[in-house]
Design a protein around this ligand. Structure first.
Ligand code: FE
Length: 335
């Protein structure tokens, strides 16, 4: 066979093969508009099609009900409790990847490789620029002191973010002390817990309270919203610490389903989400902290300043969830 005919035969064979388009199906608890820029960049680079279904509630239940027929390859969600929930529901498979373990610090991923943190966010204090001096609040413990009587706003005690924070209090101080802290915090509330984190910023702006508990990135989102910008401008971010430790962090993360029909493409996407380009998109569009060391924060997020993250393992935090919920019910935190 001449080189020419060999080449022709090769070309014919290639043409005869059906072209299988690779795809990945994602169940996302994260809002589609936050994820779209990442998906577009991933598809542009790899040619892999990404289908997203937004799943607001009952992620674990849905995956359990669908079983091996589920089209989902990946789950994107926020909060350590939700990540733990899907793992405990038995619908996730561990992923061995040198890329993921190199890019993501050990404190922000599951030791058993079931879930991987992709961004982190701090649960901090929004403080009135007018009525609270810079540096006036430095610890979470201080939120329970008399000094703040009638001056604090927060969303429901049963909200996942607040449960994770109280779980971290338990991890540091034990259940007794955590209950006393939660009672002290409740006694300092300016109003019954209601709304989301942004509503607490609005309440500070309106003069209803002086400080509130919330996640960092909401300030970024509010500053780019014409109506909410004024509320966000009325507060500064304070990074409280647990006495002798650091500031409470939570994560958004990814996990691969046990039944993933597109395992190879799904793994490619997980790894892609952990590398510089994707981490930068997260930082810029969502105002979150990249998990990969060395990736720059957005200018806005960097302007909030540095802080020491709590070194406690998120698995440890998650293990106190039931105890935290019990405390919230016992003291009728929202009542
Ligand atoms: Fe959120």
């Amino acid at each position: 066979m001449t080189i020419r005919t060999t080449l022709a035969t090769l070309l014919l064979c290639t043409a005869a093969l059906p072209v299988l388009a690779e795809e990945v199906n994602i169940y996302s608890h994260r809002q589609p508009e936050l994820i779209q820029p990442l998906v577009d960049a991933f598809t542009a680079e790899t040619g892999i099609t990404v289908n997203i279904a937004f799943v607001d509630k009952g992620m674990a239940e849905r995956l359990v009900a669908e079983g091996s027929r589920s089209p989902a390859d990946l789950v994107l969600t926020v909060d350590i409790a939700r990540l733990t929930q899907i793992v405990e529901a038995g619908v996730i498979q561990p992923v061995e990847s040198a890329v993921l373990t190199e890019n993501i610090p050990a404190t922000l991923r599951d030791p058993d490789n079931n879930w991987f943190g992709l961004t982190s966010r701090a649960r901090i204090v929004y403080a009135s620029k007018e009525r609270v001096a810079d540096g006036e609040i430095t610890t979470y413990e201080d939120l329970a002191s008399d000094k703040w009587k009638g001056r604090i706003c927060t969303r429901s005690g049963t909200n996942d973010y607040n449960i994770a924070l109280l779980s971290a209090v338990i991890a540091h101080k034990g259940e007794e002390a955590a209950k006393t802290w939660a009672e002290g915090l409740k006694a300092n509330l300016a109003r019954k817990p209601a709304g989301g984190d942004r509503d607490q910023v609005k309440a500070i702006w309106a003069g209803e309270c002086d400080i509130a508990i919330g996640n960092t990135y909401y300030i970024g989102q509010m500053l780019s919203d014409p109506e909410q910008k004024e509320w966000a401008d009325s507060v500064r971010i304070a990074f409280p610490i647990f006495e002798g430790a650091g500031t409470h962090l939570n994560v958004s993360g990814v996990a691969m389903t046990k039944s993933a029909p597109n395992k190879d493409a799904a793994l490619k996407m997980m790894e892609w989400l952990s590398q510089d380009e994707a981490q930068k998109i997260y930082a810029e569009t969502n105002h979150e902290y990249p998990v990969k060391p060395g990736v720059a924060r957005s200018a806005l997020v960097a302007s909030w300043g540095d802080f020491t993250p709590d070194s406690i393992n998120l698995e440890d935090v998650a293990s106190h969830r039931a105890a935290a919920l019990k405390i919230i019910e016992e003291i009728n935190f929202d009542g």
